[in-house]
Design a binder for this molecule. Structure first.
Ligand SMILES: [Mg+2]
Length: 348
């Protein structure tokens, strides 16, 4: 089949997603082929990325063949190269992610298979989830056995606060639970060593986003000093070209590409291969959402998927219909073709 149309839209969100930022700026991409097959993708970059898709990618994609994963990989390289003057990272690659995922959705639906089955014959049947957010009691009730605590450094009082919430998580979720911290680039090396010492008795699985993605060298020097506690990061990095810098620096034990931002499944596979060669683990950012989940189920990523359940009673938009829900802290990709989801027309 051949691509006949490509378009992107910024949904009419009513609620903001609980996040570090005011909004995740996620976009929806739709592709259609000459056989009438429709594929849906999810990207980042907001209205600027919508403009990249509709104003540039759509025009140059029409007529491209779409019959194999090699065809998708070729489209990825083509769009990456065409967008180099303004792209390589950020919004252009967030837009490319949406296109890549829509192409994967279309080809998997044409073959009547889930995307995970397109990638591998051996699928992880159920994947352990972790909840990111502050509401430990709520996550324990939902059956989660792992929590990532959002934490921002505000001064020395942050140490006692961090110890308090970490102990609370350890007590509520159990001795086998995984407890992590995401500090959203608010620490420095000195703070990290202090926190590492103060939290040692709790047993932390990883510290995430300690410094900015521009501080890879310093991160690489810090990492052995807190081993065996892991350092995680990569949600702000793009494509295998960007992750090659992470590999060279040794900044992270755990790489966290966001599949809807870093360049889709195509980039996710390339990054995962590179991580294997480097000896790093991959735990995709928001990996419990369908796009990361299909990659985790079918690849060498850790069997560990991030979900953002919000806090008890929080309202959220149901943008995607058919999204798998966790049961007792585990999630499955399901048997539906493609990514198994379609956008809620009320929000488009
Ligand atoms: Mg994070």
């Amino acid at each position: 089949m051949k691509v006949t149309s490509v378009s992107a839209v910024y949904p009419n969100y009513e609620h903001t997603v609980p996040s570090w930022r005011t909004h995740l700026w996620q976009i929806v991409v739709r592709i259609e082929t000459d056989t009438g097959q429709v594929g849906w993708g999810y990207g980042g970059g907001g209205k600027a990325a919508v403009e990249v898709v509709n104003g540039h990618f759509a025009e140059i994609l029409v007529g491209k063949p779409l019959n194999s994963l090699e065809d998708i990989s070729a489209v990825w390289d083509f769009l990456y190269t065409e967008s180099i003057p303004y792209g390589r990272k950020g919004i252009a690659i967030m837009a490319l992610s949406g296109v890549d995922l829509a192409l994967y959705d279309a080809i998997a639906k044409a073959e009547n298979k889930p995307v995970a089955r397109l990638l591998s014959d051996s699928i992880q049947p159920r994947i352990r989830c972790y909840a990111t957010g502050p509401d430990t009691e709520y996550y324990a009730e939902l059956g989660f056995t792992a929590q990532k605590i959002p934490h921002r450094w505000t001064g020395e009082e942050s140490i006692d606060q961090a110890v308090d919430v970490a102990e609370k998580a350890r007590n509520a979720l159990g001795s086998d639970a995984e407890v992590m911290f995401d500090v959203y680039m608010s620490w420095d090396s000195e703070i990290t060593l202090k926190m590492h010492k103060s939290l040692k008795h709790v047993g932390i699985h990883w510290f995430e986003d300690i410094l900015t993605p521009d501080d890879l060298e310093e991160l690489g020097e810090l990492r052995p000093k807190i081993a065996p506690v892991n350092m995680a990061g990569g949600e702000h990095e793009f494509s295998s070209h960007g992750f090659a810098d992470i590999a060279r620096s040794g900044a992270y034990d755990i790489w966290q590409p966001d599949i809807t931002w870093c360049g889709g499944i195509t980039a996710g596979l390339r990054i995962t291969d590179m991580a294997q060669e480097t000896g790093a683990s991959v735990v995709p950012h928001r990996g419990g959402e369908p796009w990361g989940l299909h990659l985790i189920a079918a690849s060498t990523c850790d069997d560990f998927a991030e979900l953002l359940p919000g806090v008890r009673g929080s309202a959220k938009d149901d943008l995607w219909i058919g999204v798998p829900e966790p049961v007792e802290g585990y999630i499955q990709t399901g048997d539906a073709p493609g990514f198994g989801v379609s956008p809620n027309p009320d929000l488009l």
